[in-house]
Design a protein around this ligand. Structure first.
Ligand SMILES: Cc1cc2nc3c(=O)[nH]c(=O)nc-3n(C[C@H](O)[C@H](O)[C@H](O)COP(=O)(O)OP(=O)(O)OC[C@H]3O[C@@H](n4cnc5c(N)ncnc54)[C@H](O)[C@@H]3O)c2cc1C
Length: 377
């Protein structure tokens, strides 16, 4: 049996775990990522790809600030990954819109945006409410059923698969280790000393990061962390490639750099069932076609469903174990949006051995009393 020492063991090789692992490696640390096999639930391979701000943090300004920080960092993060690996993440910060199909929707949207601005305080939050004519100037393809939209300059999108690939490549380039088919079922924990055996190999490190998505719920219990994440299903439709038609992403429809249109996303409580359902796909397609009538003549090439990693209040969970200092959890339902923050900042907190006070709102302490869901993608 071989014993291998690292600076940190990260459990989970999706967008969250790999972002933190890369963040450690780019700071000269030696991380190892232990990742389950292909049968695992992997939100990172089935998501929509928004780097999204304008729906984040109603009633929780800390979340808006953290999201804005990541969104602002994304361009440099993407450029760094491309420089390191030659892989372009597809990131564009072109601004984004949430489209409304009725006066009622538009009014509710305006109220929400005003709330975000109010709660942003000195930090500021710039947005515009656009009527049909103003939106048509930005996105000419909208149909007559579109009443208006909210617009912010902070939003954007990326290709989550290229991002994940780039993170893995950059991790290896900086001396990190990735171990596939390595499901972790037991952790030997002591203060700042963690030992995990998978197969014939035992991994040891002074830091442990739970970045295992839905797996964090069970893993947390092994190191004194309460991580009550649950699945929330989302379904996505992808069309054939068409010439550039959307200059910016919308909350529900975006055009990829390759030309396909992605249409999503639903939110359903379906347990661990990650299959698609015709009713939901029909609803998504109908709304998309009302928004952009040209879609009625565009072929669908693929649909899928995937499971979000959702805390009861929809916020990220960042915590260090009080029982076993050195063990951290990093989990969220917006792992694309927050990838830059996890790589560029959260990894530093793991090294320092402390999560800063501005992230205290995301501590597990809040699960003493459950709150309402406060965020969307
Ligand atoms: C339909 C849909 C749309 C979405 N749209 C967006 C969006 O537009 N923008 C956005 O920012 N986010 C979006 N998300 C959310 C985003 O995809 C997730 O936040 C992110 O992928 C979570 O990444 P993760 O690494 O935590 O989890 P995962 O991708 O699930 O990865 C977890 C990894 O941990 C491994 N693992 C689990 N248990 C163990 C174990 N015991 N031992 C070893 N390994 C283990 C698994 O094998 C897996 O590889 C969307 C999600 C869905 C489902």
């Amino acid at each position: 049996m071989a014993n291998v020492d690292y600076d940190a063991i990260i459990i989970g090789g999706g967008l969250v775990g790999t972002a933190v692992a890369y963040g450690l490696a780019r700071r000269g640390k030696k991380p190892v990522v232990l990742d389950e096999g292909d049968i695992a639930y992997r939100a990172s391979r089935g998501n929509f790809g928004l780097v999204w701000v304008q729906s984040k943090g109603f009633g929780v300004p800390e979340y808006q600030r953290w999201t804005r920080r990541s969104s602002a960092d994304w361009a440099a993060f993407s450029a760094e990954l491309q420089k390191e690996t030659g892989i372009y993440s597809g990131h564009e910060r072109s601004g984004g819109v949430t489209i409304c199909l009725s006066d009622d929707e538009l009014e509710r949207r305006a109220t929400r945006m005003a709330q975000l601005q109010r709660e942003a305080g000195d930090f500021g939050f710039e947005y515009e409410m656009l009527d049909h004519a103003a939106l048509k100037k930005l996105i000419t393809a909208i149909g007559p059923d579109v009443v208006g939209a909210s617009h912010t300059k902070y939003d954007g999108h990326a290709n989550p698969l290229y991002t994940l690939r780039a993170l893995h490549a950059a991790l290896l380039k900086h001396g990190g280790t990735y171990v596939p088919h390595a499901r972790v079922e037991a952790i030997q924990a002591a203060r700042n000393h963690f030992t995990i055996t998978v197969g014939d190999v035992t991994y040891e490190a002074p830091r442990l990061v739970l970045g295992a998505g839905l797996g964090n719920n069970a893993l947390g219990k092994l190191v004194g962390l309460n991580v009550p994440v649950q699945p929330s299903r989302g379904q996505i439709i992808v069309t054939e490639r068409v010439a550039p038609v959307l200059p910016m992403p919308t909350l529900m429809i975006r055009q990829t750099v390759e030309g396909t249109l992605m249409i999503g996303e639903s939110r359903e409580e379906a347990g661990f069932d990650d299959t698609t359902s015709p009713e939901i796909l029909h609803t998504l397609a109908e709304r998309a076609a009302k928004t952009f009538p040209f879609l009625r003549h565009t072929c669908i090439v693929r649909t899928w469903a995937a499971l979000r990693v959702m805390a009861p209040d929809g916020l990220p969970i960042y915590e260090q174990s009080a029982q076993y200092p050195g063990a951290f959890v990093c989990t969220c339902h917006s792992g694309v949006t927050l990838a830059a923050a996890h790589a560029l900042h959260y990894a530093g907190y793991v090294i320092d051995g402390a999560i800063p006070p501005e992230l205290a709102r995301f501590s597990t302490k809040r699960f003493d009393h459950v709150q309402a869901v406060t965020s969307q993608h």
